[in-house]
Design a protein around this ligand. Structure first.
Ligand SMILES: [Zn+2]
Length: 425
């Protein structure tokens, strides 16, 4: 594999994530970007490996703030029951992480796995057994007894003390994010998406623990009341938010709460439907939500709610490696291609409190970027075709090079899976 330690990518069109577009060069030293500029690289960079990218476009590595690496996008989720199920889930997560990385996503926040599957995956990546995007992990999601997700990825908590303890347990195991279930969900039988689940007090106890530890907290929330409960509890992001009302939008603006709108999964459930084996109740719930999702997203965006990118990859028919479909939907929902790219790079990095590490192509940040053979500003949908993603560079190393038909399966990256936001391990 091409070594990274000192490399200049030149003659490239560079969309750097800040809103700027330039024709120029990008210099990498080890894992980091050391210089980006217009035109030819300065003499001080002479002598480095040069990669000519004439006709190609560099964009920052994409950030998906909501995935489930241990889940396989099957029509019906299988609840893990035996120790073997968990062991298999780690292997599955490793493969899914590779697909995600090769599609151009260089950072993910996993929003819930059974057991400690995600933490085992991070150890595997640190040991060089597999290669993954940068990982921010949640461990198990906190849900109420019988609440959304309990069979698949939840730990059931009732009362603020139990929520606090469960949050501390996830943090102890290595969580970078605490995931809370504020309402029912599409995929859990018997849970209604409009119904509130964890209470404000329960979520607040868990959010406080996350923030005290310097971590973040996210709430799965569809219905209007559950969304408000989660905002009042102090979560950093509302996930899905399909039924936000005007009051909820005002509350998000007041507190700076982010929205991770996950357009892809609701569409995929409706698109594939019961014919593909998705349970009828899930399809009906998704159908009932899709118009509200579009209206909520547009209203939130118009009002100026902060938006980050997430796909829920792993849920039925939202396959790992198709993550960049979400940018297509963001454009369909009214963003320009440039805004969609910035949402999935700079803004998502801000939401994850990693903006000093990744999200834009600037000196001092990690060299995470993609080389495309076409212009995504002209047609965002080309990102949906992985063939256009010719190279993926993570931490300064080329992890995929389609022109050379080479890719990295595993490598002991000491600083991959950046432990906590804010600490380049
Ligand atoms: Zn999810």
């Amino acid at each position: 594999m091409q070594p990274s330690t000192s490399c200049v990518y030149r003659n490239a069109r560079i969309i750097d994530g800040t809103g700027r577009i330039r024709q120029g060069y990008l210099a990498v030293e080890g894992a980091c970007i050391v210089d980006v500029g217009d035109g030819d690289p300065p003499k001080s960079l002479a002598g480095r490996n040069a990669v000519d990218l004439r006709g190609r476009t560099i964009v920052p590595g994409m950030i998906d703030c909501h995935v489930h690496l241990s889940m396989d996008a099957k029509p019906k989720l299988d609840p893990p029951v035996s120790p073997q199920d968990h062991m298999l889930a780690v292997l599955r997560a490793g493969r899914n992480a590779l697909h995600t990385l090769h599609s151009g996503v260089t950072t993910v926040r996993d929003c819930g796995t059974p057991g400690q599957v995600d933490f085992a995956l991070r150890r595997a990546a640190q040991d060089g057994l597999c290669i993954t995007p940068r990982l921010l992990l949640s461990g198990q999601a906190l849900c109420m007894t019988g609440g959304h997700g309990w069979q698949f990825l939840g730990t059931e908590v009732d009362g603020p003390d139990a929520a606090r303890r469960a949050a501390r347990q996830q943090l102890k195991a290595g969580a970078d994010n605490i995931k809370l279930i504020a309402t029912g969900g599409i995929l859990t039988q018997g849970s209604e998406i409009g119904n509130a689940e964890l209470s404000v007090q329960e979520m607040r106890a868990a959010v406080d623990e996350a923030h005290n530890a310097g971590k973040i907290a996210a709430a799965h929330a569809h219905g209007g009341q559950g969304i408000k409960n989660a905002i009042l509890a102090g979560v950093d992001s509302i996930e899905h938010g399909y039924f936000i009302d005007a009051e909820g939008i005002d509350m998000m603006l007041e507190r700076g709460t982010w929205l991770v709108a996950t357009s892809t999964p609701v569409r995929n459930v409706v698109l594939h439907g019961t014919e593909a084996g998705i349970p009828e109740a899930a399809v009906a719930k998704a159908r009932s939500a899709i118009d509200a999702h579009v209206a909520s997203f547009k209203a939130a965006r118009k009002a100026g709610v902060r938006l980050a990118m997430g796909t829920d990859a792993g849920v039925p028919f939202t396959r790992h490696g198709t993550n960049l479909d979400e940018l297509f939907y963001l454009v369909e929902l009214g963003m320009t291609p440039m805004e969609a790219i910035q949402t999935a790079t700079r803004d998502s990095a801000r939401m994850l409190k990693m903006e000093h590490l990744v999200g834009t192509l600037e000196a001092g940040k990690y060299a995470d970027f993609l080389v495309l053979d076409a212009d995504p500003l002209e047609d965002i949908s080309l990102l949906r075709d992985p063939e256009h993603v010719r190279q993926v560079v993570l931490n300064g190393r080329t992890v995929l090079d389609r022109d050379a038909s080479r890719f990295l399966m595993g490598a002991a990256f000491s600083n991959i899976g950046v432990g906590a936001p804010g600490t380049p391990a």
